[in-house]
Write a protein that binds this ligand. Sequence first.
Ligand code: NAP
Length: 294
Amino acid sequence: MGPAMNVGFIGLGTMGQHLARNLHRAGLLTGVWNRTTTKSEAMASETGCKAFGSPAPLAAACDFIFICVSADDDLLSVVEALLPGLRKGTIVIDCSTVAADTARRAATRLATVGAALLDCPVSGGVEGAKNATLAIMCGGDQEVFERAQPVLAAIGKTVALLGPTGAGQATKATNQILCAGVIQVVAEAMAFAQAEGLPLEKVIDVLGKGAGSSWYFVHRAPFMVRGDYPAGFRVRLHDKDLRICRDMAARHGAKLPVVESTLADYQRLLEAGHGDEDISTIFRLKSPLFAAGK
Ligand code: NAP
């Protein structure tokens, strides 16, 4: 018989509920805890796993514990709540997006009871979570990473160890900078094409096959044409991530122009009540640029 594989899950939000379901499908899910108990009770009755009343008893029952909560302070408070129940050798897998430094702080706290952290932020959105096709960027010890392979394989398709604790989060921050630049330029290009009076759907078809294309151009430029931005990747969440990128860059003495201009744009969008729309809503700020000269 191989090593024990009891898996617990904490944070059954938009992403977490799908991750937990995929662990259940793989026959791995032992129990769940969620701050709002209705969600954990629903998951327990759906999958037959146990709904724990608090994190510590879940920790005591599990060999692997996934966490997928909103932000840095949330992760740290969940880690504190786990500590009294954790056993030596337990692996905590954090799929939240937080700063690399926060991952290192969490790892230090877990090490006091002999538990290990893998920072495992994910990319691929809700669709990727649902279909278990996420890209998972890991930071931690090689040996811990190898032990976690079978459980990570249940939630994602591309799993890579990028370096020690924090390296997964640093890679995720790199991805968030890419997304900022791409969504900015897709919106500017579409505003330009609109001002030129071009047939926008055709422009997307043709340029979608050109050298300047990207996932965001193909999948989100149509949102701009329709002027409808249903929640995919919320402005509010990307704003949080870009603040992490800003702080991490500042540690190197750097200020990144694309990050700064995107944060300034998001500030305007948040103030105008667009925080829960997809980030392609940035088009709202680009098309008026062409009205200025008229
Ligand atoms: P979400 O729908 O807002 O869910 C957040 C979850 O965290 C909920 O279960 C919430 O519990 C729990 N939570 C928040 N603060 C907590 C605290 N202090 N203590 C205990 N539980 C707490 O968020 P999400 O979209 O699933 O995102 C989760 C993480 O994944 C974020 O870091 C996000 O940046 C990252 N991510 C999201 C996406 C995406 O497309 N959505 C993609 C990649 C990565 P309640 O139910 O009680 O509120």
